[in-house]
Design a protein around this ligand. Structure first.
Ligand code: 26W
Length: 806
């Protein structure tokens, strides 16, 4: 510990340049972060050296998003230094928790897909599998959400402002990334070749981040790229003597990594977004070839050294990029290059919504990446030839399967390109993978037997149990001993404890403790609080109509109606606190109206004395990983209420179950697998099944008929329409109400009655404290399957073939 104190003070004095007595909390935080990273450094260097020596095959995870969460706690956990650091700091009069709270989380992702990438790289490091994560170092991450009069207002997330002690810039390892221009053909040794004469270029500067394995001596690398203007740019403009133009050009280049696109699920087709995608993918592929492989490496063997995993379609432009490198730069012939490329990529799809599948207009792609467009056309021609060979001139089928769509404008279907090039295509939960094969890409499934597989998502237990829920972790360790954190199926051994009175008592105490902890956090950040004796009912996820935050609202409004109409006395209802956390894409109008309505309902319900404090609606702004780590361990009830067939997997659902919340959920995504594991008695299932949803769409869904025939629903919607939550103003939620009554794409009204009935069951179950605790313990005991270590094992065995390497 003395060693730690010495190092910490050294960092504070010589790194930060301040004396302890004059140091700010931020000084102390930065000095601590740098001290801790020193402890990881020898492991990092060792990992890199061994990796180079063994030349083992590794994963290059290509993801436009990494939603990492705070780093300090995880680094302390990985090194096993938490106690020493806590004591050491205390001797200096510093509280570790205060320094941890100083860290601004890097919000370099939107939601599930970005957080999944972060969980996966954690697991790979912990399992000693070689992996480098590649992505973008956005200067501004996901916006900071604030509310003004209940409406969402976005603020820039300047996460780098107070310093970023976890990153290591490597300007000397910059890559040049080219754009635009034109292509030309030329003859060499009697063969016709192509080359690309780019119009402009930028530099990609890598920033390395440590990805420490859990107490195993391994540290993998996350490499995020930042864009700056090239020297050529500077020089040309310097020569032109136009200073203002020089600065403008600089800004133009740097725009590429300036900001994360906050759209989740509806791609905008913006040029800058395609620039971002090509920017990081091109830099990453070149980086791997130049810096990870030895200088004399024969790229014929590239598939023995790397698999590029495509996290959704965002990095799919890497396929024509690798082809271009092989054919144009490394002189491979086309067929050989294609054989290599097909073995080097695999593709994960994260959605089912047709509008979320990325397409790029041929016009835009051809302007920005002319050579890549030619390559895509050739890939498509050869692919369609194969299809013809198999199926004859079935023009309808050809048109359906073409990578190039003709309508509404000629464009490239990135998911098709990924499917044609990928050695495997996977969905992220059983149902999702099935629907992917049956509904989204059925022609491809028929054409490529065995290519489509399922790998159900998972979450890292290091962050989402051990760090987020130390009290539960301690209880588990007391029961099972150590080792469960890297072998999560061992949670099964908790099953007998579901009948153990003392254990149940302690389990309840853990939940109560976590509720109080959450309450303190909410008091500090928003001046709100959670009542100890309330059922804590939580819905946290991006705001989207398919996730159906409105259905949750209709439940709350119904409970409010039951009280205000005198149907029930407040004292007779189970007291509940509802917590919402959700960001809406800034351009998604309906989502923003739903946020407004949640806040409006909260204001009225929370202030109405008739409620007698039995219902409380909280919507802490700016839900992020840091808040998730406090909210999830405190929850009693997990809301997973998407319309069946729409949520690819969900991963929040897994985090809640692992922390002992019961789920109320539809038969969708990974909910299905959760329910199968925990058992029907320990899960509140409701709502239409996916085939029923399809049947209802087919016969013609009339939402207003549900409104007409269900009194409770009628009353709830009328309350909103009448202005109960908008000071009597009927106009405010007009759009939302008519959307529900006359469109309701995601069938909230059709599932309303089933949902309300299921919630009434929840109340009954909660009143039986013993039964509830038993169910909660069984949720923990039976969901070890959802460790991302298990997901990674599946990818390794079935897609990557990258064994651990020590
Ligand atoms: C702007 C284009 C775009 C399109 C889709 C941006 C982001 C997306 C993602 C696919 C959205 C996303 O995060 N999907 C979620 O991925 C999780 C991890 O697999 C799943 O658990 C969620 O169900 C899925 O919605």
């Amino acid at each position: 510990m003395d060693g730690f104190i010495r190092e910490f003070l050294r960092e504070l004095n010589f790194g930060q340049g301040v004396a302890l007595s004059f140091s700010s909390i931020n000084d102390q935080y930065l000095a601590l972060a740098r001290t801790v990273r020193h402890y990881l450094m020898a492991r990092w260097l060792g990992t890199l050296r061994r990796q180079f020596e063994t030349q083992a095959k590794g994963v290059a995870y290509l993801s436009a998003e990494y939603l990492l969460g705070r780093q300090l706690g995880n680094a302390l956990l990985a090194t096993g230094l938490t106690d020493i650091v806590e004591e050491g700091l205390a001797k200096c009069g510093i509280d570790l928790a205060t320094l941890r709270a100083q860290e601004v989380e890097p919000g370099l992702g939107n939601g599930g897909l970005g957080r999944l990438a972060a969980c996966f790289i954690d697991s790979l490091a912990t399992m000693s599998v070689p992996c480098v994560g590649y992505g973008i170092r956005y200067e501004y991450g996901i916006f900071r959400q604030t509310f003004e009069d209940g409406r969402q207002v976005e603020q820039p997330d300047n996460w780098l402002a107070l310093g970023s002690p976890w990153e290591f810039p490597h300007p000397e390892a910059a890559q040049i990334v080219n754009f635009a221009g034109h292509t030309e053909t030329y003859e060499e040794d009697g063969t016709v070749r192509s080359r690309w004469i780019p119009g402009w270029s930028v530099q990609a500067i890598p920033y390395n981040y440590m990805v420490p394995g859990y107490q195993n001596g391994r540290v993998n690398t996350l490499r995020l790229w930042s864009a700056v203007a090239t020297n050529a740019f500077d020089l040309r403009i310097f020569n032109s003597g136009d200073y203002a133009e020089a600065v403008r050009a600089q800004t133009f280049a740097e725009n590429i990594s300036k900001v994360l696109y906050p759209e989740d699920s509806t791609p905008q087709g913006k040029e800058l977004r395609l620039q971002q995608q090509y920017f990081f993918v091109s830099a990453s592929i070149h980086d791997f070839i130049d810096n990870v492989l030895p200088a004399d490496f024969d790229l014929t063997h590239l598939p023995d050294r790397v698999i590029f995993q495509l996290n959704d379609t965002h990095p799919v432009i890497g396929v024509p990029e690798l082809m271009r490198v092989l054919v144009d730069e490394k002189d491979f012939d086309w067929d050989d290059a294609w054989e290599i490329t097909k073995k080097c990529f695999a593709y994960t799809c994260h959605t089912l919504l047709p509008e979320a599948l990325e397409v790029w207009s041929v016009d835009l792609l051809g302007r920005l990446l002319p050579r890549h467009l030619e390559i895509i056309y050739r890939i498509n021609d050869e692919f369609l030839d194969e299809v013809r060979e198999r199926f004859g001139d079935d023009e309808l089928r050809i048109r359906r399967m073409s990578i190039i769509a003709e309508h509404p404008e000629r464009s490239v279907r990135m998911a098709y390109l990924a499917t044609v090039a990928g050695s495997k295509v996977n969905g992220v939960a059983e149902l999702h993978s099935q629907l992917l094969r049956d509904k989204v890409l059925p022609d491809f499934d028929e054409f490529y037997p065995g290519k489509f597989i399922n790998v159900t998502n998972g979450v890292t237990p290091r962050r989402f149990i051990r760090l987020a829920n130390p009290a539960l972790s301690e209880l588990i360790t007391d029961a099972l001993g150590v080792g469960w954190l890297t072998d999560l199926e061992r949670l099964r051994e908790l099953e007998p404890y579901a009948e153990d009175e003392e254990f149940k008592e302690r389990f309840r105490a853990v939940k109560a403790h976590n509720k109080r902890r959450l309450s303190r956090v909410l008091v500090d950040r928003d001046g709100t609080s959670v009542d100890d004796d309330h059922l804590l009912d939580v819905m946290v996820k991006r705001l989207h109509e398919y996730k159906r935050q409105t259905l949750k609202l209709l439940h709350i409004v119904t409970l409010y109606d039951r009280i205000t109409s005198g149907e029930v006395k407040p004292a007779d209802i189970v007291p509940r606190t509802f917590i919402f956390g959700a960001k809406a894409a800034p351009g998604y109008r309906m989502a923003k109206e739903i946020i407004h309505l949640i806040n409006a309902v909260g204001s009225v319900v929370n202030a109405d004395p008739a409620v007698e404090g039995r219902l409380k609606v909280l919507f802490p702004p700016n839900y992020n990983v840091t808040l998730a780590e406090k909210v999830i361990p405190a929850a009693d009830l997990s809301e997973q209420i998407s319309l069946a067939g729409k949520e690819a997997s969900g991963t929040g659902n897994m985090k809640f179950a692992l922390n002992g919340a019961l789920t109320i959920g539809t038969d969708d995504g990974a909910n299905i697998e959760i329910r199968e594991l925990v058992g029907d008695d320990n899960f509140f299932l409701f709502g239409l099944l996916e085939p029923e949803v399809e049947a209802l769409y087919a016969k013609g869904y009339v939402p207003s008929s549900f409104y007409e025939s269900d009194e409770g629903l009628h009353r709830a919607i009328d309350m909103i329409a009448r202005g109960t939550f908008s000071g009597g103003d009927r106009g405010v939620f007009d759009g939302l109400v008519s959307n529900l009554l006359y469109d309701d794409r995601f069938m909230a009204l059709a599932d309303y009655r089933a949902y309300i009935d299921a919630q009434d069951e929840v109340d009954k179950a909660y009143l039986d404290e013993d039964r509830w605790t038993r169910s909660a313990i069984l949720n923990v005991a039976r969901t070890g399957f959802f460790s991302s270590d298990r997901s990674m094992r599946n990818y390794i065995d079935r897609i990557w073939h990258t064994p651990p390497s020590f």
